[in-house]
Design a protein around this ligand. Structure first.
Ligand SMILES: NC(=O)c1ccc[n+]([C@@H]2O[C@H](COP(=O)([O-])OP(=O)(O)OC[C@H]3O[C@@H](n4cnc5c(N)ncnc54)[C@H](O)[C@@H]3O)[C@@H](O)[C@H]2O)c1
Length: 320
């Protein structure tokens, strides 16, 4: 089986590739190694993947149709995972064009190539941010979504294009609405590793909304286990969307207290809520549980312990 994973040098893409590669699965990975956060981190992840001879890497941009097409000409893919995207809600306020280019044009290029080259299954990353600011929880897949920024709008757009393609062509689509995924090799622009980094680099940490946010923190291994199960299943529906979440929202201050105990306290500058942020995310994972029969979600204390142990060992990685 041959699988294309875009965004393979990114946090989720890296873990997915690492977990999927085996003697029966060949992975072709694409990433443009952009500098939204340190390319050193992306290259370190890649160096781990490249140790396996069933992993091949192409440094390409998914928004460049001609370049990506060449890869399809030379490879017959059974499955595509599109995890390449310009991530980050806040950055989308300042740089909306990046989101249109990578998340909308890049996505369209890939599904069009999937259609032309007869790919059977297309998994793609959506996001909890498509829900927008909601007052009632938990968030369910069938409720109205109301994106409030270019990032979440690009993800809504992906879901809609996938729906249209699924009505015309035989590709099976699976949209994964990820909720605050955290874990080893995580993103340095997200809360936990950003906080640890401010302590180590003795930099100010800006605590938005005075730490009164709640996030449905979801451990990377749980997300990957669910994806692996989905991958092995028969997909009857043309297009399905799943919340990928632990379903247990955690207050930001709780996480910071835990980290302070281990690493000490940075200079914390409290400030009001940023316009781009929602107060709370809390997803319902019943639909995914019903499908994959995966019930054993890692609790925040255990997941955080794994991440902290890893971060202690990675003390010398400059880019974190
Ligand atoms: N991590 C989370 O909590 C979370 C939550 C919701 C949604 N998501 C979505 O999941 C996916 C993976 O997220 P992640 O956390 O691993 O982010 P990430 O930034 O670590 O990974 C994305 C990767 O895609 C690459 N990339 C970006 N634009 C590209 C382009 N035009 N061509 C080729 N490569 C490109 C980047 O270099 C990066 O390595 C993204 O679509 C993201 O929006 C993540």
């Amino acid at each position: 089986m041959k699988i294309l994973v875009t965004g393979c040098a990114g946090f989720i893409g890296f873990h997915l590739c690492k977990n999927l590669i085996n003697k029966n699965i060949k992975i072709v990975g694409i990433d443009n190694i952009n500098n939204y956060y340190s390319p050193i981190i992306k290259k370190s992840r890649l160096s781990i993947l490249k140790k396996n001879k069933n992993f091949i890497f192409y440094k390409k941009d998914i928004s460049n149709y001609k370049n990506i097409k060449k890869i399809f000409v030379n490879n017959k893919f059974d499955i595509i995972f599109n995890l390449a995207a310009q991530a980050g809600v806040r950055y989308s306020i300042e740089n909306p064009r990046e989101y249109i280019k990578s998340n909308i044009l890049g996505f369209c290029n890939l599904i069009e190539l999937a259609r032309i080259y007869g790919v059977k299954k297309f998994f793609y990353a959506s996001s909890s941010s498509v829900y927008g600011e909601k007052k009632t929880f938990p968030l369910k897949e069938n409720q109205i979504i109301q994106p409030t920024n270019t990032y979440s709008l690009s993800k809504k757009n992906n879901e809609e294009i996938a729906e249209i393609y699924s009505n015309y062509y035989k590709i099976r689509f699976v949209g994964l609405r990820f909720f605050t995924i955290y874990g080893e090799w995580g993103r340095p622009d997200m809360l936990i590793l950003k906080f640890i980094s401010s302590i180590r680099k003795k930099k100010k940490f800006y605590l938005n909304n005075f730490g009164n946010h709640y996030r449905d923190f979801t451990y990377i291994n749980d997300a990957i286990k669910n994806i692996k199960i989905l991958l092995s299943m028969n997909l009857k529906k043309k297009h399905e969307i799943y919340n990928v979440c632990s379903g247990r929202p955690v207050n930001i201050k709780y996480i910071l207290r835990k980290l302070i105990k281990v690493f000490g306290k940075p200079i914390i500058k409290k400030r009001k809520k940023l316009k781009a942020d929602v107060l709370k995310t809390h997803g319902c994972n019943n639909k995914l549980k019903k499908k994959t029969k995966f019930y054993n979600y890692t609790n925040i204390d255990d997941g955080l312990k794994n991440l902290v142990d890893w971060a202690k060992k990675k003390q010398n990685i400059k880019s974190y």
